[in-house]
Write a protein that binds this ligand. Structure first.
Ligand code: SAM
Length: 202
């Protein structure tokens, strides 16, 4: 069964930060390939709205990490919405990591820590939540989740239209509890919220 994504409260400060982020993303996108979008409207609808809808699915306390953050999706968007939360962005591409540092600085997001390294080599605190968008199949994401999540931690993965197939493949190696949410930006796509993640056989 799929649930609707809970609504997000109005927040003019968040929206101003997101507008500044979108402008910066478009400027850098002319020289580094950060996102597949050329206009402000496309960035807003295809990327920022897609990322922002994850915020109400996150726990209300504890550090969060976005793995393979790329141009900051969803990591910078989440940080813009939750400016008091400790947020770690892990991105191995040096130019993209430089963009993330610039974006966090421009938006005044002092709580964001950029890890310009491979996820496999990253040192992170025990996390309340991890996110990852367009990074890897669910099976691989669960290995990262199992490594980094604190007890009781959750993983939130936007998973497009192949979510059920990925759940089936991943369940051969992993046990987890699944909640499904209908994406607001693509009603055929599913956002997964997974908890109690452990390797099958452990
Ligand atoms: C397809 S992009 C998606 C970026 C962003 N999450 C988005 O939705 O636009 C995947 C990103 O993950 C990064 N990445 C892939 N494997 C990684 C790894 N093992 N460690 C750190 N970053 C990785 C890539 O450099 C790239 O920026």
């Amino acid at each position: 069964m799929k649930h609707p994504v809970p609504p997000l409260a109005a927040d003019p400060d968040r929206d101003a930060r997101l507008a500044a982020y979108r402008d910066l993303l478009l400027r850098w996108n002319a020289t580094i390939n950060l996102v597949s979008a050329r206009t402000a409207t496309e960035v807003d609808s295809r990327h920022i709205a897609d990322s922002l809808q994850l915020v109400p699915l996150l726990p209300t306390e504890g550090p969060i990490a976005d793995l393979g953050s790329g141009g900051g999706l969803p990591g910078i968007v989440i940080a813009a919405a939750l400016p008091d939360r400790e947020i770690h962005l892990v991105e191995s591409d040096r130019r993209k990591a430089a963009f993330l540092i610039e974006a966090a600085g421009t938006l005044g997001l002092k709580q964001v820590k950029i890890h310009a390294t491979r996820i496999e080599a990253a040192t992170l605190p025990p996390l309340a939540a991890i996110t990852a968008r367009a990074l890897a199949p669910l099976d691989a994401l669960l290995a990262h989740a199992a490594r980094f999540l604190a007890p009781g931690g959750i993983a939130v993965f936007p998973k497009g239209r192949a979510a059920e197939q990925e759940l089936t493949s991943a369940s051969a190696h992993w046990h987890f509890t699944t909640e499904r949410f209908t994406s607001r930006t693509d009603p055929e796509a599913t956002i997964l919220r997974l908890s109690e993640i452990r390797r099958a056989g452990d």
